[in-house]
Design a protein around this ligand. Structure first.
Ligand code: DAH
Length: 345
């Protein structure tokens, strides 16, 4: 008898350990305790108590009822355990702990924005204010007020996106110059970072939309020396090393004199390489002394005041600083490009 009950206990525990679902536990219960032919039920039913004497009856009776309550407890525990696991999995979804974790994308900052935030910081440090201006502009602020002649090719359908209303999408951030002088008067130190638009044929260095940062300083006695020192301070911080700059004459209707500011080549430090076409210099930004007609349009007296202005291509600067070979990558929406840039400034 004892051998039988031990074997049944063992078999029961073994089968319960295999059970993963509530109905598998129920199958085990039926197999051992089922009314019809559960093995424990059958054992109890098949025991002929009448053939046993009083003491034997007590021993066998105890053993069998002990077996039965052992089985009931074991089955109840197993059912609770299986149900708890099932509930947990329902809550979490099925979890395979051997799978690699999911990467959390925290996003990154477009390198042009990084450059813009950086420029704003540097210029604020030199006492410049930051003004956004408008992407939709009037012909007056974008061209007339800047001394761009009526027949200047830049006004052409070829270059400018005109709106049905007669307004246009600004072709440069210079459009904010006269607005700012009228709004704030002089002395004025300001930058106008923002998006510009041109009707361009696309290639690796031309996009229909790009980002500039215009700079303007107007006061009594501003000279080219001020322009150069501001530029040098800026570029030293952008490129984190000493850089040389040089001015070449350049023509823009809104400055007189106008310049092209070149930067000593960062790749070869002026020795000459493919990037600088063996000249040792890379063209960086156009600039100049604000044209008297522009000052007049802004209500500033050119007899008493002067100023410098520059048009920094932020997209171009980002390409130079990060070695980005194609302007079309910036607005490509391609995550493989963006993920290379950090999420913090
Ligand atoms: N607005 C010009 C452009 O987009 C760039 C420029 C040239 C800006 C000379 C200036 C400047 O402020 O002085 O091509």
């Amino acid at each position: 008898m004892t051998a039988d009950t031990d074997a049944l206990r063992e078999a029961l525990l073994h089968e319960l350990a295999e059970a993963r679902e509530p109905d598998e536990v129920e199958r085990v219960r039926v197999k051992f305790l089922g009314q019809k032919d559960g093995s424990i039920t059958t054992l109890i039913r098949g025991t002929n108590f009448g053939a046993l004497d009083k003491d034997e009856r007590r021993v066998v009776g105890n053993e069998l009822s002990g077996l039965k309550s052992f089985a009931e407890t074991a089955i109840r525990d197993a059912r609770q355990q299986v149900e708890a696991v099932a509930a947990r999995q329902r809550r979490r979804g099925l979890v395979d702990l051997t799978l690699p974790g999911e990467r959390v994308n925290v996003g990154s900052i477009n390198p042009v924005n990084t450059i813009q935030l950086f420029l704003e910081d540097v210029f604020r440090g030199m006492g410049f204010m930051v003004e956004q201006g408008f992407e939709v502009e009037t012909e007056y602020y974008n061209f007339d007020a800047l001394n761009v002649a009526r027949d200047h090719p830049a006004r052409d359908m070829q270059d400018t996106f005109w709106l049905d209303s007669g307004a246009l999408l600004r072709t440069h951030t210079s459009a904010t110059q006269v607005r700012a002088m009228r709004k704030y008067g002089t002395p004025l130190r300001a930058i106008f970072p923002g998006r510009c638009f041109r009707y361009e044929a696309l290639d690796a260095s031309h996009e229909t939309s790009f980002y500039q940062c215009e700079g303007l300083m107007v006061d009594r006695g501003v000279t080219v020396a001020n322009l150069l020192s501001v530029m040098q301070t800026l570029l030293r911080q952008v490129f984190e090393r000493d850089v040389s700059v040089r001015l070449r004459p350049g023509y823009f209707p809104f400055v007189e004199p106008g310049f092209e500011l070149d930067l000593s080549c960062l790749i070869c430090s002026g020795e000459g390489c493919r990037v600088c076409k063996h000249s040792g210099w890379v063209e960086l930004m156009p600039c100049g002394m604000v044209h008297p007609r522009v000052l007049e349009a802004a209500g500033v007296d050119p007899e008493t005041h002067s100023g410098f202005a520059f048009g920094l291509g932020m997209t171009r600067l980002a390409m130079l600083k990060y070695g980005i070979p194609d302007i079309r990558l910036f607005d490509s929406g391609d995550w493989r490009f963006y993920r290379q840039f950090p999420a913090t400034v």
